[in-house]
Design a protein around this ligand. Sequence first.
Ligand code: ADP
Ligand code: ADP
Length: 235
Amino acid sequence: STSVHLESVTKEFKGHEAVSGVTLSASAGEVLAIIGPSGAGKSTLLRCINFLEIPTSGRIVIGDQSYDVTLNGPPRGNELVNLRRRVGMVFQSFNLFPHMTMLRNVALPQERVLKRKRADAEERSRDLLELMGLGDKSDQYPNRCSGGQQQRAAIARALALDPEVMLFDEPTSALDPELGAEVLTAMKRLADEGRTMVMVTHELHFADDIADFVAVMVSGRVVESGPPHDVLHSP
Ligand code: ADP
Ligand code: ADP
């Protein structure tokens, strides 16, 4: 698997720094959890990793590929497409297409982005829906499924592109605790498989359980970081 390294990443909005010189890493196969109060810049920092937000300055390194915004500006064109393929993302809102079945939702990006044949994409989609505990939901439309089921389909959709790194932006915050738990279980399985993951979460117990490294952000900066035991259990 692949490492992620952020170096002196800064993001300004109209002169205000939402993220200020953040340096953080996740080694290959590790889970990095970013926690902190609302408005701290967690989501903005996460979105900088796949250039959904363009950092004002700094460097993002995914495996052996370095994107130095300060030196070269942001990646564009094919470089950006390749980066987005390597770095999958799951959002707070699941963003499934309502007029497509769960199966088609998972298959479509493979057909569009990876140019997989429809039959191959659907076969892979069935496997991933099965893995996410949704084997019997393939032919359902999203609005007939629970929020937890929809979020797990969104995870399957991201996994279908075989990303090297997965980003999660508060994937359970729109869900009731019970349904959120199903999503956390699915995420834990991915972590156990040795997938490199960076997640923004309010679920401190979950972060404690699966993260290798926890970073606390306040006002755009990392104010504390380390193994979960040190960060979450300090007196
Ligand atoms: P968190 O994820 O920790 O809640 P955010 O990254 O969403 O924090 O936001 C950090 C700060 O950046 C907030 O002050 C927010 O209002 C601001 N911000 C986020 N996105 C934008 C944007 N597109 N334009 C202007 N300000 C933004
Ligand atoms: P969260 O705190 O969960 O990240 P927000 O409500 O802060 O969610 O942000 C939701 C969306 O609005 C994001 O796309 C963010 O970039 C954008 N946003 C947040 N704050 C501002 C702002 N002050 N001006 C413009 N866009 C913003």
